[in-house]
Design a protein around this ligand. Structure first.
Ligand code: NAG
Ligand code: NAG
Ligand code: NAG
Ligand code: NAG
Ligand code: NAG
Ligand code: NAG
Ligand code: NAG
Ligand code: NAG
Ligand code: NAG
Length: 303
């Protein structure tokens, strides 16, 4: 006969696996920019948006997981950009972008501008052109509920690792600005980290963007075993266990030029409001007055 303890463990495993399944198809965050204008139902803008989203992943080019396109004319022009995590396979990438399209058109039915982040990809669209713009906001942070024991040492090693990876990601070239790595400092706990910029940024802009998001660590994740900040132009994540596919080789930068429109000033707005969580127990979303969303998670795998 199974002991209560064993039953408890089995139940926990089932709940854990179940929540993993949910977490996979659940966006990390989904933001409808309410102040950037609305379109009306059945408008040309909506038709252009739907066309653009369906065409985003229909070309079979594997552009290292970066898609950008525009469709329409004058005030009905729609711009979209999608970025997959650098270690995600093309099939998963396409699937993630398709899911993102559905997620945004469902949850932001009238907004001209919206952004969604999943674990595997990001999708954003707007009536304004954002190609080549470095944008920090809106951003979202999340942290692992578990703490580290040696905070001072951890902080130091993490800072060095992220600094190293910032340079590596930024120098990735016009196709992919992505880096992963682990600290191997003797006598300190291991740290695994991932950093990525949209490849339309210049090397310098990527460095600046990553410096900007990592400067949020004291607020978001100090002393935590894991943390991440996701923004439209760049993001990072770190954990004490490996969470990325380290077998994916980084492509060597090719000669194809980056799209580099003349940069307009970066958007600084940190948006938005919170929403009800369907993942009570595993992921809790809290809206704080600073207009930043915090995500809490009790396990790093769900994080
Ligand atoms: C986008 O739409 C908003 C609201 O309708 C409008 O104010 C803005 O000028 C538009 N931007 C562009 C680039 O068309
Ligand atoms: C757009 O629609 C949303 C939701 O219906 C609303 O909250 C928002 O105020 C509207 N924005 C503008 C600029 O009209
Ligand atoms: C939009 O088009 C659909 C399908 O053609 C129709 O059912 C719906 O009533 C239209 N909505 C508006 C606001 O015109
Ligand atoms: C991104 O879009 C811009 C504007 O349409 C275009 O000039 C550029 O070639 C695109 N870049 C990539 C990498 O697709
Ligand atoms: C997209 O959604 C489908 C259905 O919910 C799911 O099976 C699939 O794993 C999702 N794709 C990604 C990359 O998460
Ligand atoms: C981690 O530290 C925070 C802040 O010091 C504390 O509120 C929290 O309870 C700690 N979490 C664990 C799992 O010990
Ligand atoms: C950062 O890079 C330097 C130089 O390559 C290396 O010596 C150091 O171990 C790295 N630090 C971490 C934490 O990865
Ligand atoms: C950690 O990094 C070292 C050197 O950078 C590498 O040899 C090792 O395989 C990495 N460990 C893991 C688990 O990726
Ligand atoms: C990010 O950079 C912008 C512009 O340089 C600056 O105003 C903002 O304070 C920075 N944010 C953080 C968190 O460093």
């Amino acid at each position: 006969m199974a002991s209560p303890k064993l039953l408890f463990i089995l139940c926990s495993i089932v709940i854990y696996l179940f929540s993993l399944t949910i977490a996979q198809n659940e966006p990390l965050s989904n933001i409808c920019l309410n102040d950037k204008g609305n379109f009306t139902a059945n408008s040309t803008y909506q038709a252009n948006l739907n066309y653009l989203l369906s065409s985003l992943t229909s070309n079979n080019e594997i552009d290292y997981g970066f898609y950008n396109a525009s469709y329409g004319r004058n005030t009905d022009k729609v711009n979209a950009m999608a970025l997959c995590r650098g270690d995600v396979k093309p099939d998963t990438c396409r699937s993630c972008i398709q899911n993102s399209s559905l997620q945004l058109t469902t949850s932001c039915p009238t907004q001209k501008e919206a952004v969604v982040w999943f674990d595997d990809c990001m999708l954003r669209y707007s009536n304004r052109s954002f190609f080549g713009n470095m944008e920090f906001g809106p951003y979202v942070w999340m942290y692992n509920l578990n703490n580290v024991s040696e905070v001072g040492q951890f902080r130091e090693v993490l800072g060095e690792l992220l600094n190293n990876l910032t340079k590596k990601a930024a120098s990735g070239g016009p196709l992919r600005k992505f880096a992963t790595g682990n600290s191997t400092t003797q006598g300190s706990p291991s740290i695994y980290a991932l950093m990525q910029c949209t490849p339309d940024l210049s090397e310098q802009e990527c460095v600046e963007c990553l410096n900007n998001v990592t400067s949020l660590i004291p607020q978001c994740c100090d002393g935590r075993q894991g943390g991440r900040v996701i923004a439209p132009s760049c993001n990072f994540r770190y954990e004490k266990d490996i969470f990325y596919d380290s077998t994916v080789a980084t492509p060597s930068p090719s000669s194809s030029p980056a799209s580099q429109s003349t940069a307009s000033s970066p958007t600084k707005s940190a948006t938005q409001r919170g929403r009800e969580s369907s993942l009570s127990q595993t992921v809790v979303h809290i809206a704080v007055p600073l207009l930043i969303l915090q995500y809490l998670s009790s396990t790093s795998a769900l994080f």
